[in-house]
Design a protein around this ligand. Structure first.
Ligand SMILES: Nc1ncnc2c1ncn2[C@@H]1O[C@H](COP(=O)(O)OP(=O)(O)O)[C@@H](O)[C@H]1O
Ligand code: SF4
Ligand SMILES: [Mg+2]
Length: 471
């Protein structure tokens, strides 16, 4: 893929994502130690967003979609907090509520120490400059009837801001900043590719020099070959402009490269929150482990290495009536009776690593008296051999190759190979992944011979859960 029209970031497009990010990321010690209150930009406590379900002529409320159901986290100044989880877990709702595009049902949101939970439109107006959102769909989020100049200058008009040198000059500077040409000022969105449109969306979000940018799946609608370019751009802008990001993604491979810390969401709850290294090297929540094992290994040297993948069965349950106790118990291969009856709290089990699980991975059991697996746990997940992952690894390898500027695998080539996956909606891609598992037939599944241990997924019927410390 040729670089986009000669902006200052064209040279970044081929930089290795991981390398580019590592230059700017904080050290692990920075992110695992408890932050000073002054370092916290946004603090969310017990946040809830329930969408009422109404029926009948009187429109009586008969229930609620509990999209976000009591979450606590903080965003530190200058960091990137990744938020991951399957589709329908409440990630977008969380993003819209913390930016106050939607009203929270409960809990509190503090921005720079100020309680913004119940601020009305007038109260939020000055904060609109500081908190911006980048949306997933670069096609739907730009008004097709407005020129690029009109779109990127909208925040100035809405806020009544007159930048130094005039709006037009500032918009042209912003276009250059995101790697577009100032000449694009009078063009219309349909003249641009998906990646370029997302750059326009980024320019608009940055117009008022925000402090916090919440990006909802900023690259998932883009071709994989373009994803690395946009991720690199965002990372570079963070360094230049001192931005703080909350980046929402269903794809762990995107979040891995950009995040200092990562929150894993499941059915309206945060189930694990940790710094990037801990989360990837020693995930403690079974759901995190399952999500991680679904990430294809992009490094060709490691691709042959023996590893297995945990394929979760079934869909995310309905957020209208989430399962009792631990919401993941209907799909968790470690679920015991206590998981069904008692909701695990998000507690810090290791420095900087918060986990909500009675039987965490790589850690002492939090419910030692409880040893009988639920019958649902026996069927909850299956182990798929490494070979099955080879197909899905291609996509990730393409991203890595493009990011690294590999000569053999140019963007255009990679785009051709992966366009199918990239253009599909999340649900279809997920279905493809399931189908890949199914296609391989029973021969590809490894039925574990040994009894179930913590950290292993199995379809083997099992009645006793072993002591997780017994390794
Ligand atoms: N405006 C709405 N009205 C009713 N339900 C909604 C609304 N927005 C989202 N939901 C529901 O909330 C749940 C979480 O949705 P969402 O936040 O979009 O999840 P994610 O971004 O993780 O895919 C879903 O079940 C979705 O159907
Ligand atoms: S072991 Fe229990 S508490 Fe932990 S994720 Fe599984 S079901 Fe939830
Ligand atoms: Mg979403």
């Amino acid at each position: 893929m040729p670089p986009l029209a000669g902006g200052p970031h064209a040279d970044l497009d081929r930089r290795d994502c991981a390398e580019a990010v590592s230059e700017t990321k904080k050290t692990d010690a920075d992110v695992t130690t408890a932050p000073d209150e002054r370092d916290i930009l946004l603090r969310v406590e017990g946040l809830q967003k329930h969408f009422p379900i109404r029926k009948g002529v009187l429109q009586r409320q008969v229930g609620a979609v509990k999209a976000v159901d009591g979450i606590d986290f903080e965003v530190r100044k200058g960091e990137t907090l990744g938020v991951v989880g399957e589709s329908g877990c409440g990630k977008s709702t969380m993003g819209r509520v913390i930016t106050r595009l939607q009203e929270p049902t409960g809990g509190s949101i503090h921005f720079e120490g100020q309680d913004i939970t119940r601020l009305n439109a007038a109260g939020m107006r000055p904060l609109r400059r500081d908190i911006q959102m980048i949306f997933q769909d670069p096609y739907g989020s730009l008004n097709p009837r407005h020129t690029i100049g009109g779109i990127v200058s909208a925040p100035f008009r809405l806020q009544g801001v007159e930048p130094e040198g005039g709006v037009k000059r500032e918009v042209q500077r912003l276009l250059e900043l995101v790697g577009l040409s100032p000449e694009h000022y009078n063009r219309y969105p349909h003249e641009f590719s998906g990646g370029q449109r997302q750059r326009i969306g980024i320019a608009r979000a940055l117009a008022l020099k925000p402090k916090l940018v919440v990006a909802d799946e900023p690259v998932s609608a883009l071709d994989v070959s373009i994803q690395a370019q946009v991720v690199n751009l965002m990372d570079d802008l963070q360094e230049e402009l001192g931005l703080t990001y909350v980046i929402i993604a269903h794809d762990l491979s995107v979040v891995r490269h950009v995040s200092d810390r990562i929150a894993v969401m499941y059915l309206g709850k945060i189930v694990e929150l940790a710094d990037r290294t801990s989360l990837y090297e020693a995930p403690m929540h079974p759901y995190t482990k399952a999500l991680m094992s679904a990430v294809p290994v992009p490094d060709p040297k490691r691709r042959g290495a023996k590893s297995e993948r945990i394929l979760l069965r079934g869909d995310v349950p309905s957020p209208i009536s989430p399962p009792s106790g631990c919401r993941f118990h209907t799909r968790c291969w470690k679920a015991t009776e206590i998981c069904k009856t008692t909701e695990p709290q998000l507690v810090e089990l290791r420095p900087g690593q918060r986990v909500a699980c009675h039987h965490p991975e790589n850690f002492a059991d939090q419910a030692p008296q409880d040893t009988v697996l639920l019958s649902v746990a026996k069927e909850a997940a299956e182990l798929v051999a490494e070979e099955v992952r080879a197909e899905s690894a291609k996509t990730s390898a393409a991203v890595a190759a493009v990011a690294a500027g590999s000569a053999e695998e140019t963007g255009a080539e990679a785009a051709g190979k992966t366009a199918d996956t990239a253009e599909k909606p999340e649900a279809e891609v997920a279905a493809d992944v399931e189908a890949t598992g199914a296609k391989t037939g029973p021969g590809a599944k490894t039925a574990p011979a040994a009894p179930l241990k913590t950290g292993e997924a199995t379809t083997e019927p099992e009645t006793e859960r072993q002591d997780p410390t017994d390794k």
